[in-house]
Design a protein. Sequence first.
Length: 104
Amino acid sequence: MTNFHDFNGKRSLALDAGGLAADAAVVASGHEPNGYFWEGLVRFAWPDIAERVDFDSEAGMLCGVGSSSDLTRLKAAVESVITSPEAVRDIIARAEASGFEFDD
């Protein structure tokens, strides 16, 4: 799932994209369940968290760099949806209805 890492005095959180319970819901919605998609989902669903985290996502992973407390909040938010296709479908529908565009 998600893992914390320390590198050069910075703390990061990484989520390997792919093979997640919510992937089928992401694909059914016309998106690719890669790191960029998950970053977009966080930016839409939890803008208060996203504005406090620096993202360095890639196709294969979501990666956030920030304080321990902000990354703990990010981890809880992400883990609440990666196992819930229903929650992901709901967030995607709300995002698209608002005009938000995922960069996946």
